[in-house]
Design a protein around this ligand. Sequence first.
Ligand code: ADP
Ligand code: ZN
Ligand code: ZN
Length: 812
Amino acid sequence: MNRIAQVCVNLPARNIDKVFSYAIPETLHFLDIGWRVVVPFGNRTYEGFIVALSALSEETSFEYEVKPIMDVLDSQAWFSDSMLQTAKWISEYYLCTLAEAMRLFIPGKTGIKSEKQFGIISGLEQAAMEQILSRLPPQPQAVYDYLKKHEPVVLSKLKKVFGDYTEAALNDLLANKLIVCTTTAKKRSVPQFTTSVRLAILPAEAEIYLETLVGKPAQKRLVALLLQKEEVKYSDLSTWQITRDTVNRLVKAGVAENVKQQVLRNSYSGMGLREQTVRLTPEQQQTIDRIIPTIDEQQYRSFLLHGITGSGKTQIYIEAVAAVRQQDRQAIVLVPEIALTGQIVSRFKERFGEDVVVMHSKLSIGERHDAWQRLQEESAGIVIGARSAVFSPVTRLGIIVIDEEHEFTYKQEEQPHYHTRQVAAKRAELEGAVLLLGSATPSVETYYEAQQGRHILLTLNKRIDHSLLPEVQIVDMREELAQGRRSVISAPLQQLLADTLQRQEQAIILLNRRGYATFVLCRECGHIIKCKHCSVSMVYHNSSNMLRCHYCQASCPAPDICPVCASRYIRYFGTGTQKLEEELGKIFPQARVIRMDQDSTGRKMAHDRIITSFSRGEYDILLGTQMVAKGHDIKNVTAVGIISADSALNLPDFRSAERTFSLLTQAAGRAGRGDKAGQVVIQTYNPEHYAIMASSSHNYEVFYRQEIEARKSLQYPPFSELLKLTVFSSDENQARSQAEHIARQLGKELPYDRQTEIIGPFAAPIAKINNSYRVNILIKSKELANIKSQIVELKLNSRNDVLLDIEPLNIL
Ligand code: ADP
Ligand code: ZN
Ligand code: ZN
């Protein structure tokens, strides 16, 4: 009997959110739930995911013709049951389509590439056809003749043969109904192979041959190596300083040969995990002793590891992951940004070697696919990556670690707006795995949940090697001004830097604004130069002498005269990292300064290079945006300067205090991690603000107690749930009137629902970005479920001019 598959078709459209029935052909009888398949839809082919199966009975009737599944994409199901359940949960919770949610779990947006192909229409009367053709220009005639011989031909092939004329010629032929266009699907996934080299002759012969290789050291090395190891992978050649060229020479000589093999499954099992070499501190030991038993139980548990900066949290992650690997289960380790976390990756690699797969955003779709396949086949047991790695197709999940769980990068700022922590919790729960969240400055919500018993709270209060937390000095910039100092570098910071340089130690300086001058003003008429497409001021970049918009990347040459009043009194204000770099050069001409921000790290892995050379002592001062505050552990850094502690504090967002506290504490935590004491200077105009005071004493609890009170009195999360609805349009009035209409529609139900409050509509603080006006509605509720179902009923979730952000991190 025929079986029917319910397939979620991977369509880009948001307004089609249902599954479709397809017949499973006899040839694909093995198909089951979770497989990725190729299906016809309309007149094209798409990727689809099987989400359910049913038997075809006599009574079943369909409103449309049931077509058969055409092909499969993998050699096993891609989605495990819990991955599928997680995807369903995401689509319901974050109000996106099932296809959008399932797409998160696959490398690239789709596993197939569709391409147009062309063929001639047969059955035309020869004479009629020739007559039509003769009226056409020569190019279409040539294309027609070619198709006649070679059909079907894909567009890319035709373009190679006929060049620029191809499309025009095809259009002519299509218009005259001489040819047809269909689409064909090309699979993206290819089975993974490794190539190795081995001897093509007997060992005894090789020994003799070795003697003949005089003056050919590389070939000699390779032959000796092959005698010893039998087989060497291409990917390992570089470690022996052997090039492909050397291999080719020996292959040509008939001494060696290439072997291609599909990568073996379970290759890790022979690889024995390395013994631990670090002796845990008593605090670390107690902590890990609480985690390991729950790993053995194989039941969902979640932990919040609150450990001050430099307390050795990474070691706890490593031990917990080792325990999971002992049981042959797999681990997902999430970091805020892979480029900024080279250290955690190398520590995992030191301990687990080849068992670790690293997911970079810079991996190609093919490389990503291969990496995921290794996890799926269990030939690797640990994946480290940024937020999207939470979707890795590990088959037997034992733990998910989220390092620096408070970081905002864990929230996806595009559709679907999921939060990694929530997805991870769901997945771990479904798979009976452990969730381990770690931070020196946990998010207020997570800490609150721990207080409520939803996570087991573990604390590390001591730094490794008894090093002390750095001493923090707060500098009131109003006083600096009163004393007539106008430099962005205060007297105490200048002193600290001078002392540090003198002792040949290193300093990190944080300034969260890139560029040279943050705004450009005409002194004559007061005009500030704004971006044409966005409602923000343009930033001056001196390296290129250009003004640049940091929102839409538009740029223009810096003007000499005011575009409004033509005066020459154009002045630059507000210090960015480029200008700070220049000022430091003036004050400390002998210091070696390196800048790290988005402009200096444009190229691949530039972060890593900057951090590595700084940690090797090639520079004295590292200055930059918040990326300098993250994660690194450099023992010779004894001074940290924070130029403007207020930049985040002044944002009209209820999380601004939390953001400030965490940035300052993390930045300060970079100092004094070795045996030398650290010192920190924080410059601010709000020295009495609790976020700044608490960070100067590194006291999370003090901050938390005040912050949670503030949240409670205003009923902000964790005491409510938020939903941000943004209406956007190129027409300002249209955006506003649509938003008002939506607010009224949603408001109709509200008198019966005292739990829910609708705030707005109000123009977003940056009302225009990239020529698109944005109007926000913020919904605050004890229980969003009602309002969510209303949103679905009104079909707001499938509108193209509406964006929904469930539990937004950014309410602006
Ligand atoms: P955190 O992530 O809590 O800021 P790290 O994990 O980076 O701290 O650890 C800080 C430093 O202490 C690192 O250099 C690490 O190698 C070292 N370290 C951690 N645990 C131990 C230990 N048990 N013995 C010796 N050194 C350790
Ligand atoms: Zn002017
Ligand atoms: Zn712009």
